[in-house]
Ligand binder design. Structure first.
Ligand code: NAD
Length: 329
């Protein structure tokens, strides 16, 4: 493609991706499958990789989520809430592993792999053990203060056993599949538009101005990360998950630890036939370098950590899942 055509395509992709992100993140009503979106995003990344001089700070590749809407108070995260890079097959995952090993100078390493829960990332702030604030990821830097809605989620402890002045627990608010199906049945009875998938239903329910509506939606929460935190020393992702359980958070029990990427790949494919039978929606597997010291050495880009990657489940499945849910409604 000649330069002028390529530049026109770049602008077209940015416009389209911005519009799709607005529909997905702000309106909670996607108009395209995630796979189609991901492929457009990839195409934009490829053009920008070829022409780094065309990258601008407002490109969707430089931004987490989308602009945040009004309605809620805004809250600036102590530490940004990042997105994740993604891979779509074993070869791309192997390349990620080679890059990580190279950047760590060939050192031994372990991976912790977790299910990627298809929900909404939130940051929960505890002071002297008391829950004081819940904030959405928003654009990664600034989120929406949804404290009153978060309080209605029963699996989120309002007290934890710690006297630290500030602990931030991060994880995913999601809607269990059964709650999602019930909610959509009710919406059809009420002649309302059903939600496209559990992720959009969770997001729409969490960002309600009336916490009583959120309370009726039966949301749940899996904890998997720490934000800016004072007085807690944890060496690894595995140790963190164990500590989160001690704090009485729900931690997804399907996580495993491996030393080689071949074992990780076997684990991922062990989900090929059974992921649709889980009681919550997952859209992939997250592979994380276990040691926090190694994570720190690998660092982050403006948008994603270099020490983790999301392996997205294959498109056929993703599309069937989206269509499957809307057809069965
Ligand atoms: P993402 O959903 O691909 O990955 C990052 C997110 O994964 C994190 O922010 C966190 O919320 C979540 N996550 C779930 N389980 C996790 C775990 N165990 N550990 C760490 N994180 C975990 O990235 P994104 O930036 O939230 O969204 C981009 C994606 O959203 C796209 O790839 C696409 O699939 C979808 N999208 C779709 C449309 C559409 O029109 N269909 C539009 C915009 C975005």
């Amino acid at each position: 493609m000649d330069t002028i055509k390529l530049q026109a395509r770049l602008l077209e992709l940015r416009k389209k991706i911005d519009e799709l992100s607005y529909q997905y993140y702000t309106l909670d009503t996607p108009t395209m499958t995630d796979y189609e979106y991901d492929m457009m995003y990839r195409e934009l990344e490829d053009i920008e990789r070829e022409h780094p001089e065309w990258v601008t700070p407002d490109s969707p590749t430089q931004r987490v989520g989308s602009k945040i809407s009004g309605g809620f108070e805004k809250y600036t995260h102590d530490r940004p809430m990042l997105s994740l890079g993604d891979v779509f097959n074993d070869e791309e995952l192997t390349e990620f592993d080679q890059r990580v090993r190279h950047d760590l100078g060939g050192e031994e390493l372990e991976y912790v792999v977790e299910l990627k829960i298809d929900g909404l990332a939130v940051n929960l702030i505890y002071e002297q053990g008391r829950f004081v604030r819940g904030v959405t990821r928003g654009d990664g830097r600034v989120g929406e203060d949804i404290t009153n809605n978060v309080r209605t989620i029963r699996t989120i402890p309002l007290r934890i056993d710690s006297d630290s002045p500030h602990i931030e627990i991060r994880g995913e608010v999601y809607m269990p599949v059964r709650s999602f199906e019930k909610l959509n049945a009710q919406r059809r009875d009420d002649e309302l538009e059903p939600f496209a998938n559990p992720r959009n239903a969770a997001a729409g329910s969490l960002r309600q101005m009336d916490p009583q509506i959120t309370a009726q939606r039966k949301l749940a929460f899996f904890a998997y990360a720490l934000g800016g935190t004072i007085g807690i020393e944890i060496p690894s992702q595995e140790a963190l998950l164990e500590d989160l359980k001690k704090f009485r958070f729900q931690v997804n029990q399907e996580y495993r630890k491996f030393r080689t990427i071949e074992e990780v790949i076997r684990f991922i494919h062990s989900w090929d036939d059974r992921r649709d039978s889980l009681p919550y929606a997952t859209d992939g597997i997250v592979v994380k370098v276990n040691s926090f010291a190694q994570q720190a050495r690998l660092g982050n880009t403006v948008k994603i950590p270099r020490w983790a990657i999301a392996y997205k489940f294959p498109p056929e499945q993703a599309q069937t899942k989206v269509l499957g849910i809307s057809v069965s409604l």
